[in-house]
Design a protein around this ligand. Structure first.
Ligand SMILES: Nc1ncnc2c1ncn2[C@@H]1O[C@H](COP(=O)(O)OP(=O)(O)O)[C@@H](O)[C@H]1O
Ligand SMILES: [Mg+2]
Length: 242
């Protein structure tokens, strides 16, 4: 793997969403090429990804990338696109009625060029992946998992420097999960992924377990994932008086 851009810093982040505080003084440095965020529903995983891409503004503290404010997720020095977020719900992400049009937008964001070039680029990309038949498919005719896969293809085509993935495995079948894990393994970009599906992140160098907006554990996947699993099962059985 070649050099990967490093350097998210979250400094004393306070974030309020709705009636409650999600983060009260969160500090994190995120440099590793592969980072996973795990934890129960409501722990703050999506909020953290949204902070990184600038969809949420902290009420206090700042998000830096390579030492500069990472506002609007632009690379501070060049103005290039720094990060892309794959939303948990594909319907929050997909704009166009057909797969081809949706992917053309991503292709153009990476390569520029006119519509014709984008059309050809997308068709070639789909062909390479054995998905040529998807080009003309109406997005509404795809299953949830297939729409999630379209979002992943869009991310690959847009090729931002950092890939932020919010529960990308949630709707995928097992072959889809295996394909996504293999794609992520090959990716040269930094990947920050929030997930409840733990097996794909077991070998990640860093897994952060969030609990009520705080870091409960932070370390290699082989340590943090089993600790989370054991804790969740113990809490479940204790609540049932077992
Ligand atoms: N749009 C919203 N309005 C109000 N509260 C929200 C909103 N989105 C998230 N929250 C709250 O923020 C907290 C963290 O949510 P989130 O970051 O989505 O957690 P996770 O992704 O770990 O499940 C939760 O308590 C959730 O209810
Ligand atoms: Mg979430």
């Amino acid at each position: 793997m070649t050099a990967i851009p490093s350097g998210w810093q979250l400094q004393d982040i306070h974030l309020r969403r709705g009636a409650g505080d999600v983060f009260r003084g969160l500090n994190l440095q995120l440099d590793e090429p592969r980072i996973a965020l795990i934890g129960h529903n409501g722990a703050g995983k999506s909020s953290l990804l949204r902070l990184l891409i600038g969809l949420e503004e902290p009420s206090q503290g700042q998000v830096l990338w390579a030492g500069q404010r990472a506002h609007h997720a632009q690379t501070p020095t060049t103005g290039q696109r720094l990060a892309g977020l794959m939303f948990q719900n594909p319907d929050d992400q997909i704009i166009f009625p057909t797969v081809q049009e949706e992917l053309q937008l991503s292709w153009q964001s990476a390569h520029g060029g006119d519509r014709k070039a984008a059309q050809a680029g997308v068709l070639e990309f789909l062909q390479q992946r054995g998905l040529r038949a998807w080009a003309s498919r109406a997005v509404g005719s795809l299953s949830q998992g297939e729409r999630q896969w379209v979002c992943w293809l869009a991310m690959l085509l847009a090729a931002p420097r950092v890939l932020l993935l919010d529960e990308p495995y949630a709707s995928l079948d097992l072959p889809g999960q295996l394909r996504l894990a293999a794609d992520i393994k090959l990716s040269r970009q930094q990947v920050v992924i929030a997930t409840h599906v733990l097996w794909p992140v077991l070998d990640f160098p860093r897994v952060i377990w969030l609990e009520h907006g705080r870091v409960r554990a932070d370390g290699p996947g082989r340590e943090v994932c089993p600790a989370y699993d054991v804790d969740a099962r113990a809490a479940f059985h204790a609540a049932r008086g077992e």
